[in-house]
Write a protein that binds this ligand. Structure first.
Ligand SMILES: Nc1ncnc2c1ncn2[C@@H]1O[C@H](COP(=O)(O)OP(=O)(O)O)[C@@H](O)[C@H]1O
Ligand SMILES: [Mg+2]
Length: 272
């Protein structure tokens, strides 16, 4: 990690802003899967990200916390190329995904995303929702896609719901289906943006269980959540964002038990 940082730091912020980080050979054992360098994002006059730097290694579970409006969703969206950026760079496996020719569909297949609102297709069954991506984007034969859907449904504990329509499911079940649908693309990384915030309290646990299972299985994840118990249990790294930058990051123990940053201390005081 340090070597990587050193190598990148040979490029000045101005060079990064103009040209992005140059392509480099990626070593999956030592290099971060996702690298965010001096990332700047503006909506008109509102500067939301003011130089974010983040390294996510394979198997990391990064929990992103911070006040509402601090740019957490925007950061996830930049990592998935759902937003354009004004400066810095985002690298996936060492290659820029913001400059030059980028295979957007490829990126979005390899970086899955689950949102607060699950956005399942209401007119499709659970199985159809899950197999749509594999069949049309991955060109998977229908029977193979159906078998994959069944495995994933078993994994999220909903094998008996394959023929149900979204309207027949609870919020927690819909979110588990949304997770299965994202997993059907067999991504390398999963981004979660407040996946339990829209759920009734009694359904939060079942969704967090699925995410814990993924973490145990070694899935690389970046998760925006206010579930601090979950963060403590599962995160390899907690990142606190405020005012458009990462104010403090480290192990859950370090951030929750020995926070240093004033903004973080006040934030924890409000939510814990
Ligand atoms: N598409 C957009 N157009 C204009 N402003 C936006 C847009 N998306 C987000 N913002 C603004 O950017 C800031 C950060 O938003 P967001 O990333 O959603 O924060 P968080 O997820 O931490 O609550 C907010 O002030 C929000 O209003
Ligand atoms: Mg948000």
């Amino acid at each position: 990690m340090a070597a990587h940082t050193m190598q990148i730091s040979r490029f000045t912020k101005k060079q990064l802003a103009l040209y992005g980080a140059p392509p480099r050979t990626f070593n999956p054992n030592t290099d971060p899967l996702i690298t965010v360098l001096d990332l700047h994002k503006r909506f008109k006059n509102l500067e939301v990200l003011k130089g974010v730097e983040l390294y996510v290694k394979k198997g990391d579970v990064v929990v992103l916390i911070g006040p509402s409006g601090s740019g957490k969703s925007t950061l996830l969206r930049c990592i998935n190329r759902l937003e354009t950026i004004q400066g810095g760079d985002v690298l996936f496996e060492g290659n820029s995904i913001t400059r030059g020719p980028v295979d957007l569909n490829g990126i979005r297949q390899r970086i899955g995303m689950v949102f607060q609102h699950f956005n399942l297709f209401p007119h499709l069954t659970v199985q159809e929702n899950i197999t749509l991506g594999p069949r049309y984007l991955r060109k998977m034969p229908t029977d193979e896609a159906n078998a994959l859907a069944e495995r994933l449904l078993t994994r999220v504990g909903l094998a008996d719901k394959k023929d149900a329509y979204p309207s027949q499911l609870s919020g927690g079940q819909k979110q588990r289906i949304a997770i299965a649908r994202a997993l059907a693309m067999e991504p390398d990384v999963m981004l979660f943006d407040e996946p339990t915030s829209a759920l009734d309290p009694e359904m939060v646990g079942e969704v967090l269980e699925v995410m814990k299972d993924l973490a145990r299985d070694g899935m690389t994840m970046i998760i925006v959540t206010h579930e601090m118990g979950f963060a403590r249990e599962v995160a390899s790294k907690v990142v606190f964002m405020a005012d458009g930058i990462i104010q403090e990051s480290g192990t859950p123990e370090k951030l929750f038990t020995h926070p240093k940053n004033e903004r973080l201390i006040s934030f924890l005081g409000k939510i814990l």
